[in-house]
Design a protein around this ligand. Sequence first.
Ligand code: SF4
Length: 433
Amino acid sequence: MAYATQMDAARQGIITREMEIVAEKENRTAEEIRAWVAEGKVAIPANKNHKSLDPAGIGSMLKTKINVNLGVSRDVADWESEMEKVNHAVELGADAIMDLSTHGDTKIFRNKLTDECPAMIGTVPIYDSVIYHQRDLGELTAEDFLEVIRAHGEDGVDFVTLHCGLTKRTVEQLKRFGRKTNIVSRGGSLIFAWMSMTGEENPFFEYYDEILDICREYDMTISLGDGARPGCLADAGDLLQIEELVRLGELTKRAWEKDVQVMVEGPGHVPLNEVAANMEIQQTICAGAPFYVLGPLVTDIAPGYDHITAAIGGAVAAAHGAAFLCYVTPAEHLALPNAADVKAGIMASKIAAHAADIAKGVPGARDEDDAMGDARRELDWEKMFAHAMDPETARRVRDERSPEVEETCSMCGKFCAVRSMNKALSGEKVDIL
Ligand code: SF4
């Protein structure tokens, strides 16, 4: 192959098969995609070993993508049902699956994903490190962590979350200045604990150049984790978050020097009025690298409904430049999501992403909405279902509550405004009684 990574190809002026596919999906020219990949503004996470991948691009000028976190834990360890959730998530429109498994032989599930799944696959190698080496966290060395990153690259993982920006300095800041919810990132807390136990610097920061070489070899995109993301509104935009972001900006540029594709992860819990500013700061500091947000959740007091709090923040974030939304389910902060939670989370994220795409003027983003408007004016229920994001649910709700007058719905019956207007405009009598 004449190039190492998508970014390397783009910088050499080569348009890859993946860039052509992304251009087709996004209603853009292949040359536009190539130029954005060369600049780092679009990432195409596409590990050379993920043979079943249907490539997708991530960038603020493209359709907003959504990620679904899945994987087994010690308490819920059923691989089969997790694979069913993956397949269902992809059917519902997930662009990426992050395998966050922390139990059993994770390689089997990871290989199944990269063998069969067309969506981008992401992992967080530090989650897998203890399982992979069968040694507890404090006994692991920097080389052990790098070995896991390489193993995930070999297995075809398209992007890895690495919490490279949380350093000894973060440890000092947290101890000195405090925080209401400390570190809420799972990966961030593991690195914090490892640094505390060993007294050594974050290995993902210290050996970043070696990590870049591994990622370049497989064209594995780095998702720079926000280990110090705020876990509550009170911690949003504080010293730890912004100081880490500045470091992520430096690490982005170092990755690009080696043609390694990068995304930057973002908050977290953020008041609604601060979401847009967060996106603008990130884009400036990280030179337009795609921003991958985990929410943002705009209130802390709605456990059971956090798919909604995250969708509100996600829509505003994406309208202001975030490129990739990590879904949040109603089980967030409470439990491992079940199949119904996964569906609710995906639908909330899809609505947020779509609303932002319309606001951003992404080419073709509003076409389905315009078609839905026509179908509603015509009271054409089959067409309405065809343009609905979730036709199955729309059809079920209508069928469960059938209308007295078939052409309307049971909300207004014969008082249906659409029916009255259609009749009035065509000169027909409007019968109500
Ligand atoms: S009955 Fe009311 S809610 Fe239903 S389609 Fe007509 S106007 Fe809309």
